[in-house]
Design a protein around this ligand. Structure first.
Ligand code: LMR
Length: 396
């Protein structure tokens, strides 16, 4: 049966992790997959999460099925984080939501839901976007179109070109936006640009599909929610895929939220039933553990404060690592001005070098990052920054 299938090339991100593991060079540096790392290069369980696990071990008395939507405490807590404590759309009973297996699970079930809403729907994604967006959304049957986003030459967002292209959209089109910490470029929309996107969405009638996987890693938990809240509170419909992989460090627990802001309460009920039926037809119901942990953390003031402190520490550390790399590059006499890295946000940055240069660094210096020139900033530390800067300069 399966011999008819073609051999696929490795996944552009996960394949890198496999190559890194196989590399025997003791000086190898992993800036590939988006996983937070501390100064020792480790990804420890967050302290707030570890405490919540202890509570959950005591509290969980059964492994029977959870409800199709998942833990309601998780859903309510996440919606408050995303939409704000006093969200008008929540108070108006306009938000349908389910726990989902990670950000990928949320993106996929929301795409499947969209595919139920009409034939040949188009989803506009940024150029570039996260490598897995296209398979996740495209496999659900949506047609993928791209809008210009990042200009490698200028090392910044080409907002005019983005808006020009989005003017071609209309009702029934879906526009995927990164809530914050754009993956892969780290180049984020300003609040004023979000304001312009709102006006365009009102004029054109497109449906924003917001992917938010790094809330808190940009400017802060509240600050990073600006675009999400603006669109959710001012448009009739918005959909949101949120991940707890990074800001709760729950990668392997596959914990995410799929939310649909609907026109009114009656439509919310329809959307709630439909999204649950989409999930039922794929994996039945979400895994429990990660969502139960987030529920415990967000419901407990002390644990929530501890978690927020940890998120702030991760954000500040990643921001200082950018500065450290830029300084090292200058110190080592780089020809190119890399100061744009300091304006990028979150876990990723685009080095704005060519795929050939990326592959040369990998081959000669065992520094692993995605061909697009995306680096995981959290993989930089005091011990490897010098090697990294020199390796980078050697290919310029
Ligand atoms: C990444 O972009 O590296 C992460 O979101 C992990 C993944 O699944 O690709």
């Amino acid at each position: 049966m399966f011999e008819v299938l073609p051999q696929l090339s490795p996944d552009p991100i996960l394949g890198l992790s496999a190559s890194f593991r196989e590399d025997t060079n003791p000086a190898k540096i992993d800036l590939g997959v988006g996983v937070y790392k501390d100064e020792q290069g480790k990804t420890p369980i967050m302290s707030s999460v570890a405490k919540a696990q202890n509570i959950l071990l005591e509290r969980e008395t059964t492994k029977t099925y959870i409800t199709p939507q998942g833990h309601q405490g998780f859903i309510d807590g996440m919606l408050k984080l995303l939409l704000g404590e006093n969200s008008k759309v929540m108070m108006a009973d306009r938000v349908a939501a389910v726990m989902a297996p990670g950000g990928c699970g949320s993106l996929r079930i929301l795409s499947e839901l969209l595919a139920r809403c009409g034939d040949n729907l188009k989803c506009w994604v940024s150029d570039p976007t996260w490598a897995n967006h296209i398979p996740l959304i495209g496999s659900a049957g949506l047609e993928i179109k791209t809008y210009p986003y990042f200009d490698k030459e200028a090392a910044g967002i080409n907002f005019d070109a983005m808006m020009e292209t989005l003017k071609q959209t209309g009702k029934g089109d879906i526009v995927l936006l990164h809530g914050c910490c754009h993956n892969p470029t780290g180049a984020d929309l300003t609040n004023a640009q979000w304001d312009e996107i709102l006006v365009l969405a009102q004029e054109r009638g497109f449906l924003p599909f917001i992917d938010v996987a790094y809330l808190g890693f940009g400017d802060g938990l509240e600050e990073d929610a600006y675009g999400i809240r603006l669109l959710a509170e001012n448009l009739p419909e918005v959909i949101i895929a949120a991940s707890c992989s990074k800001n709760f460090g729950l990668y392997r627990e596959r914990t995410g939220l799929a939310a649909i802001v609907t026109n009114d309460s009656a439509t919310r009920k329809i959307a709630q039933g439909q999204i649950q039926s989409v999930a039922r037809a794929i994996y039945s119901m979400p895994p429990s553990w990660g969502g139960a942990l987030v529920d415990i953390i967000l419901a407990d003031t002390a644990l929530k404060n501890e978690w927020m402190t940890e998120v702030n520490e991760m954000r500040n550390r990643m921001s200082s690592l950018r500065t450290m790399l830029v300084d090292k590059l200058t110190e080592n006499g780089a020809d190119k001005d890399f100061s744009f890295l300091n304006t990028q946000k979150g876990m990723f940055s685009y080095l704005c070098i060519t795929p050939e240069q990326v592959r040369e660094i990998r081959a000669k210096h065992a520094v692993y990052f995605v061909d697009s020139s995306r680096i995981n900033v959290a993989g930089i530390n005091q011990n490897n920054v010098d090697t990294l800067a020199k390796a980078l300069i050697s290919v310029l």
